[in-house]
Design a protein around this ligand. Structure first.
Ligand SMILES: CC(C)(COP(=O)(O)OP(=O)(O)OC[C@H]1O[C@@H](n2cnc3c(N)ncnc32)[C@H](O)[C@@H]1OP(=O)(O)O)[C@@H](O)C(=O)NCCC(=O)NCCS
Length: 206
């Protein structure tokens, strides 16, 4: 079992994430127990307040985020060892591959945890992403990874590949392969993806 290594700040150049900007520097997404508890509570609510694979995958991921956030080396090593042990059982069961280095906002929703989900460690994902089963975000062919905004939906059997930017409130259809940027408020479908429609005022909260 391998420790999740502390983040190299240079591996994460500043990236835009919705309205927020991710700053370079040591990545400590969940610096204390209160933030871990709040993140897990959000995942619990989003997943119907049930102990089901999607929630277990998210809780394990949040624990991994908390583990890499430990400032003291011994605490980080210990927490990472426990995370590694947990993950050894959880990943093959849930088939959700989501390294703790991945930057994921709150309320990530695994809508159907009955296929596999793979996310690149360098991906940056905003709040309230909803994913169906068999979704891949990023490739293993290089360090570039997608930046995804807030309130995005990704349909079943879809891939978001490369160092591209998906805007806020985007819907990606089933069986779609996205390899280019998608602006805010759009629907992208097909392989390679094409933008079929810009969403109307409802998506802007009107
Ligand atoms: C992308 C999606 C959200 C769009 O829904 P919508 O806003 O109702 O859009 P429409 O159904 O009006 O489709 C708009 C156009 O895109 C096409 N389209 C929609 N989804 C498509 C897809 N996945 N692949 C290819 N084309 C698609 C439609 O045929 C239509 O084309 P047309 O304008 O030439 O007739 C929806 O089609 C979709 O794919 N949802 C994923 C659902 C999913 O993953 N379900 C899993 C259940 S287990």
């Amino acid at each position: 079992m391998k420790d999740a290594a502390p983040i190299d700040p240079n591996a994460h150049p500043p990236q835009s994430r919705g309205t927020a900007t991710v700053q370079p520097g040591p990545y400590r997404p969940l610096p204390d127990v209160a933030s871990l508890r709040a993140a897990v509570r959000g995942d619990w609510n989003v997943h119907g307040r049930r102990v089901e694979p999607a929630f277990v995958a998210m809780a394990t991921f949040r624990f991994g985020q908390w583990a890499i956030s430990r400032q003291r080396r011994w605490a980080r090593t210990l927490a990472n060892k426990f995370y590694g042990l947990l993950n050894f059982f959880v990943t093959p069961w849930t088939r959700v591959f989501m390294p703790p280095q991945t930057r994921i906002g709150k309320d990530f929703h695994i809508i159907h945890c009955e296929g596999s989900i793979s996310i690149h460690p360098g991906a940056v994902i905003g709040d309230r992403l909803g994913v169906m089963h068999n979704v891949t975000i990023g490739t293993n062919m290089g360090p570039e990874a997608p930046v995804i905004g807030d309130d995005v939906f990704i349909g079943v059997n879809s891939c978001v590949l490369g160092g591209i930017r998906i805007g806020n409130r985007v819907r990606i259809g089933a069986n779609t392969a996205v390899t280019t940027d998608v602006p805010d408020d759009c629907i992208a479908v097909g392989s390679p993806a094409r933008i079929v429609r810009r969403l109307g005022p409802l998506s802007r909260g009107a």
